[in-house]
Ligand binder design. Structure first.
Ligand code: PEP
Ligand code: MG
Length: 758
């Protein structure tokens, strides 16, 4: 059964035409369950009905015509109840409605299962039979499993307008993602280094068969040569038997069968990538179905070989990677490093298939004011290369080859956005003072992009968070003490006379170093931040020495420790900082010793455990800074980098707000300087609530300073106290959002709660 199920899902996802795929699906399911009818209905949420798309058993004339309202008939009932419905005699069921055009009068037994993706019903899969009988538990389990797997393949069908069956042009075809950074970008898309992966290939037919055959033949030659080189190199290092795998690969590549099969597909019109995918997938299914465990595992080798061949096909077929003057960067996984690399080259926007709203890539995009959407799953990205697009970072939508009317509409949104930016810029250099005289300090988060944030022109009072990991990323080994000293000095000197809080290396999680790979099942719960640097004092000490040396004669450095989860970690880190200080002091000639100053040491409050040890921490350090990005992730147990759970990640969850309030109260009681440097401080709503809680220092991206100042300058602190009291009594996130939306509109700040300005 499992093999049948896999084959059905695989063949469904391989098909290039939806209607053909659905027809093939219903025939296969009918055969697998030895029943007399299988049908599939897809949901159209705009029209609130299910449309019969394909059936093997019902009248063909009804396909694409028969629709059933979301609350009508047995199909509607399956959708409403969101569970399988298994009935021996459907016609006697009170919800049954007669639709003569589908010609189902002779069927009695009915089993329907919903196809659901992330709580949204995408369609209904049914089987029917003439005998009045209940379908067995196994049959039901099969249909439920199949529906769950089909959901992934069907998720974009509605958005892409494929339900518009009769050739009508659908106006708003788009791909949906998750918000990365707000804003709109209109321009050409450039797809960068997609990892060769056969599973991402959308099957495509291409005109020039001869050219595709040449590409495939050359890819085989290249791949063969690569294997020979690899095994030659490795021969010197590993045992001969481990190299057998290369022979297996080479034999398969040389085998006529494999090549002939791929070429036969190319001759049918498929391009080289698609032909390869079709054949590799069919081999994988065959191998996975074998009883012999050793042979079953060879399916993995075939996939690997397929991806290596694909890599060469893509390199050979690659378009000219010359970057246009302005472009939207599209990649399977846009890393923070990739973004940093392209930021000066005309980058208009970012589309990433992976990642979520608080991934470091998204934070960097916000810092650079570049619209971004993340987690755009199920997108065949290679087909986007050089196509024109609108990227809507407010509604998290990507429109590929949009029409003129839509472009004009978005140009208006862009114009309004520029106007708002110009308006807030007027207050950039004025103090962050409320109408009733409450003063705030706005600091900048720096380190993610090179250069921009160091300029003091953005009206910041200093640096609240300097993330040191990016300079560690774009390299092939750890930077030396001298290199780090020069870099840190540049930052400290740019803000001379103003405080600069530098955070010690916080890698791990979604920030990895190419020369220090960490492979873990749960990276955000693993070896990250201070845990790594305490385990590697040689790395930590070099960094601290560099910071202290950079601070000679300037004296504006503060050091901040990330990911602290216990007092022991603080004790150990302070011991190492002291060690570095005394070593440097001993190295300096006595007349220069006074240039060396002891920096203030603080901790990030971002792991929930330390919220319950704030008093103990207060005895040890000089300041607290709340990392609300991680605090939210750990408090709510929601991976900040996982698009599937992105809707659960919310700074305005009552538990997060109450934790923030509690931190403010304890810090106030202990006279402990407190700041916040998570993304929440960038948002108008967040900044106002934090101010009301008693946070005096907000650290944010340079682009947000003017906006937040404007908002602060247009409110009364007293009024905010009342708003906060009401917010803290609310029980769920939705109520907080709608209440705050109302309040900001009432305060005349509606423009800033509109998703666009957050
Ligand atoms: C945070 O967690 O809020 C924070 C500022 O640190 P980062 O986003 O770099 O983890
Ligand atoms: Mg953090």
């Amino acid at each position: 059964m499992l093999t049948t199920l896999r084959r059905i899902v695989l063949e469904f996802s391989q098909a290039s035409e939806l209607d053909q795929a659905l027809m093939h699906l219903v025939s296969q399911v009918k055969e697998a369950l030895a029943t007399q009818c299988c049908s599939v209905y897809l949901a159209d949420h705009q029209k609130q009905h299910f449309l019969l798309m394909a059936s093997n058993g019902l009248a063909q004339d009804a396909f694409g015509r028969t629709s059933i309202g979301f609350t009508e008939g047995l199909i509607g009932l399956v959708g409403q109840r969101e569970e399988p419905i298994n009935i021996a005699n459907a016609q006697q069921h009170p919800d049954f409605i007669h639709a003569p055009e589908v010609q189902e009068d002779h069927f009695q037994a009915f089993l329907g299962t919903p196809i659901i993706h992330q709580r949204k019903v995408l369609g209904i899969l049914t089987v029917q039979q003439e005998n009045a009988r209940i379908f067995t538990e196994n049959e039901e389990a099969f249909l439920v499993t199949l529906s769950a797997q089909l959901a992934n393949a069907l998720v974009n069908v509605e958005a892409q307008g494929l339900l518009e069956y009769h050739g009508k042009q659908s106006i708003g075809k788009y791909h949906k993602g998750i918000g990365g950074a707000p804003g709109v970008a209109i321009g050409q898309m450039i797809v960068v280094h997609p990892k060769a992966d056969l599973t991402t290939i959308a099957l495509t037919k291409e005109g020039d068969i001869t050219q595709q055959r040449v590409i495939f033949d050359n890819a085989v030659i290249r791949t063969f040569a690569e294997f020979s080189q690899m095994s030659e190199k490795l021969k010197k290092i590993i045992s001969d038997s481990s190299l057998d795998i290369f022979d297996v690969y080479k034999q398969l590549l040389a085998s006529d069968n494999f090549k002939i099969e791929v070429i036969a597909k190319i001759n049918q019109g498929w391009n080289a990538e698609s032909a390869l995918k079709l054949i590799v997938d069919s081999y994988v299914v065959k191998f996975e179905a074998l009883d012999d465990e050793y042979l079953r595992e060879r399916a993995y080798d075939i996939k690997d070989l397929g991806n290596r061949l694909l890599n060469n096909i893509q390199n050979l077929a690659d378009h000219d990677q010359h970057l246009p003057e302005k472009f939207i960067l599209v990649a399977e996984d846009v890393s923070a490093a990739m973004l940093a690399e392209h930021q000066h080259l005309g980058l208009l926007g970012i589309v990433s298939l992976t990642g979520s709203n608080n991934s470091h890539t998204a934070i960097l995009a916000k810092a650079l004011n570049i619209p971004a959407i993340m987690g755009v799953e199920y997108l065949a990205i290679r087909q986007l290369h050089q196509k024109h697009a609108i990227l809507d970072g407010y509604a998290y939508q990507l429109y590929v080859t949009p029409g003129e009317a839509l472009i004009t509409e978005y140009q208006h949104i862009l114009a309004a956005e520029y106007q708002l930016q110009a308006q807030v810029k007027e207050v950039e250099h004025l103090p962050a003072l409320t109408k009733d005289g409450h003063s705030m300090s706005l600091l900048v988060n720096a380190g993610l992009s090179s250069g921009f944030e160091y300029s003091q022109n953005v009206g910041a009072d200093g640096v609240g968070l300097y993330r040191t990991e990016i300079p560690f990323m774009n390299r092939s080994c750890f930077p030396s003490e001298l290199e780090q000293t020069a870099l840190y000095r540049q930052v400290l000197a740019s803000f001379s006379g103003k405080p600069v809080t530098m955070r010690t290396l916080d890698v791990g999680g979604d920030k990895s170093l190419p020369y220090f790979p960490i492979i873990e099942a749960n990276p955000f719960l693993g070896w990250r931040g201070i845990r790594i640097t305490l385990d590697h004092p040689e790395i930590f000490l070099v960094q601290i020495r560099a910071m202290l040396r950079a601070n000679y004669g300037l004296g504006n450095l503060a050091i901040m420790l990330p990911m602290i989860s216990s007092i022991t970690e603080v004790d150990e880190a302070i011991r190492l900082i002291n060690q570095a200080y005394y070593e440097l002091s001993a190295e300096l000639p006595s007349h220069e010793r006074e240039t060396l100053t002891r920096p203030k040491i603080g901790v990030m409050i971002e792991v929930p455990s330390v919220i319950f040890q704030l008093e103990d921490l207060a005895d040890k350090v000089d300041f607290f800074s709340v990392g609300s990005n991680d605090l939210t992730q750990y408090l709510l147990a929601v991976d900040r980098n996982n698009s599937r759970v992105a809707s659960l990640y919310d700074f305005y969850h009552p538990a997060v707000l109450r934790a923030l309030q509690y931190i403010a109260q304890i810090s106030h009681k202990r006279n402990m300087p407190l700041s916040i440097c998570g993304e929440l401080a960038n948002e108008a709503t967040g900044a106002l609530l934090l101010m009301a809680m008693g946070y005096k220092k907000l650290s944010m991206s340079a682009h947000s300073i003017a906006k937040v100042k404007w908002v602060i300058r247009h409110v009364e602190y007293q009024k905010l106290q009342k708003i906060l009291a009401n917010v803290l009594s609310l029980k769920n996130t939705m109520s907080v959002h709608s209440y705050m939306h109302e309040q900001l509109v009432e305060l005349g700040l509606g423009d800033f709660v509109h998703a666009r300005s957050q």
